[in-house]
Design a protein around this ligand. Structure first.
Ligand code: PLP
Length: 447
């Protein structure tokens, strides 16, 4: 199907992320060659609808000439400029300012990274700088949530709660703590929204008490837990948790690496949750995946505290590619696209996607359908009443991914039989309907 030599080269040399190296060597790789809108084409010419926007990142869809043009122009004019030594480039300065203008509340200061993992790592450093500056250096304990994902750098992976990322590294470190997820479908307190919120509040209070309230630095939450299986908290959950952090005097970090840039409807999910976090991380949709970039938004109170205490001393944190001008130019163009119709289309397409997936509930394998905007999941079970997961031994993730591929659909198939959806916001009605129809075929073939 593909050129054998390419497959051989891949087997011999390309190390794939989050993969079984032997499994991949045996199964081979699927090679993508081109893409347009929400459709990707593989090296054999097979066309598929990308129901996952690459890795929840190509929010604008593929093939935007205007993005290609700004990147090309920027590469010609100034392909690189460091932000060290007080230097800057116009696109980076403008993007920081445009983002600050749109971010919730006082999130006025933007620190650019290369992606989400280093954005999360950066928050840990900024938070430590902040508490040291506040004269409370003992605040060095961090809390996040079971089933959460905050990247795979060695430090950030300790905030991540997926064991696959921990084995062999002694993480989570003893300063990284977890509270249970709000996961409504399998929550011991049931699925009543207020009961779930109350349970999370009680768990956070308990955890802070257990650690010692004067030692806790920050609490991290994704507005929707993505890699944990698209777990959507009840309405009001983020606000209640944010308020509790305020009351307890600890910082609240919203990790919007997936949910940012229209994925759930508005530019940032925090807008709909009606909260202003102390810090916020983004990546993925920031450049729509065309080039790498992430960012940390810092509340003015965080930035000014660090600035005042550091005085003339440098804050020791930076990357060669921080504020990369080509990524920033792409970010500016993508922001225009969001505001010139993409966000609106994403909202419309998201409503159609949710309605379509809800329609799959009559299928004997479908236990739960959940989502917000263009971020959704279908959880499969073998017994709806008992909510029995698909047997792990049957490798549902691989089987379902393969079946979807054969049916012309790319989705995320999680190991526990959860199907994840994050299509590009540019999807047409026909794209969305095809995603739903093809999913039903996959389910019928999985029975
Ligand atoms: N935080 C969240 C919520 C994510 O979903 C991810 C990646 O999926 C990350 C952080 C890490 O981002 P990256 O893969 O760009 O390093």
């Amino acid at each position: 199907m593909y050129s054998n030599s390419l497959i051989e080269l891949d087997r011999a040399h390309l190390v794939h992320p989050v993969a079984s190296y032997r499994g991949h060597e045996k199964l081979g790789v699927r090679v993508l060659a081109s893409a347009s809108g929400a459709t990707v084409t593989d090296a054999s010419g097979k066309q598929l609808i990308d129901g996952f926007a690459g890795l929840w990142c190509v929010n604008a869809g593929y093939g935007h000439e205007s993005i290609v043009e700004v990147a090309t122009r920027q590469m010609r004019d100034l392909p690189y400029a460091t932000a060290y030594f007080g230097l800057g480039s116009e696109p980076a300065i403008r993007l920081a300012s445009e983002l600050a203008e749109r971010a919730p509340g006082n999130l006025d200061h933007v620190y650019f990274t290369l992606g989400g993992s280093d954005a999360v790592d950066s928050t840990i450093r900024f938070i430590r700088y902040y508490w040291i500056a506040r004269g409370e250096p003992q605040r060095d304990q961090f809390i996040s949530i079971e089933q959460g994902y905050h990247g795979s750098s060695t430090v950030g992976a300790g905030l991540t709660a997926l064991p696959l990322f921990h084995a062999g590294f002694g993480i989570p470190f003893d300063w990284q703590h977890k509270i249970p997820s709000h996961y409504a479908y399998r929550n011991p307190v049931g699925d009543d929204p207020q009961a779930i919120i109350d349970a999370s509040l009680a768990a956070l209070r308990r955890k802070v008490e257990e650690i010692g309230p004067e030692r806790v630095a920050a609490f991290y939450a994704e507005p929707i837990q993505g890699s944990g299986g698209v777990l959507v908290p009840p309405k009001g959950w983020m606000k209640a948790m944010r308020n509790l952090c305020h009351e307890l005097g600890i910082l609240f970090v919203a990790d919007e690496v997936i949910t940012g840039f229209g994925r759930t409807g508005p530019l940032f999910a925090c807008e709909e949750d009606e909260i202003v976090p102390d810090l916020m991380t983004v990546a993925k949709g920031l450049t729509s995946g065309y080039v790498p970039m992430g960012a940390v938004f810092m509340g003015d109170h965080i930035y000014q505290t660090i600035a005042d205490s550091a005085g003339a001393a440098a804050v020791g944190h930076g990357y060669t590619y921080s504020a990369h001008p080509v990524s920033a130019a792409v970010g500016l163009e993508v922001l225009k696209l969001y505001e010139n119709g993409l966000l609106d289309n994403g909202r419309k397409a998201g409503a159609r996607l949710m309605a379509g997936l809800e329609g799959l509930k009559d299928h004997p394998l479908v236990g739960d359908v959940r989502g917000r905007g263009m971020l959704a999941a279908v959880e499969l079970v073998t017994d709806k009443e008992k909510k029995t997961p698909l047997p792990a031994a049957a490798d549902p993730a691989r089987r379902i991914f393969d079946r979807a591929w054969e049916n012309g659909l790319v989705i995320r198939a999680f190991a526990n039989g959860v199907l994840g959806y994050a299509p590009p916001l540019c999807c047409t009605d026909a794209d969305i309907d095809a995603i739903v129809e093809r999913t039903r075929k996959v389910l019928d073939e999985t029975l």
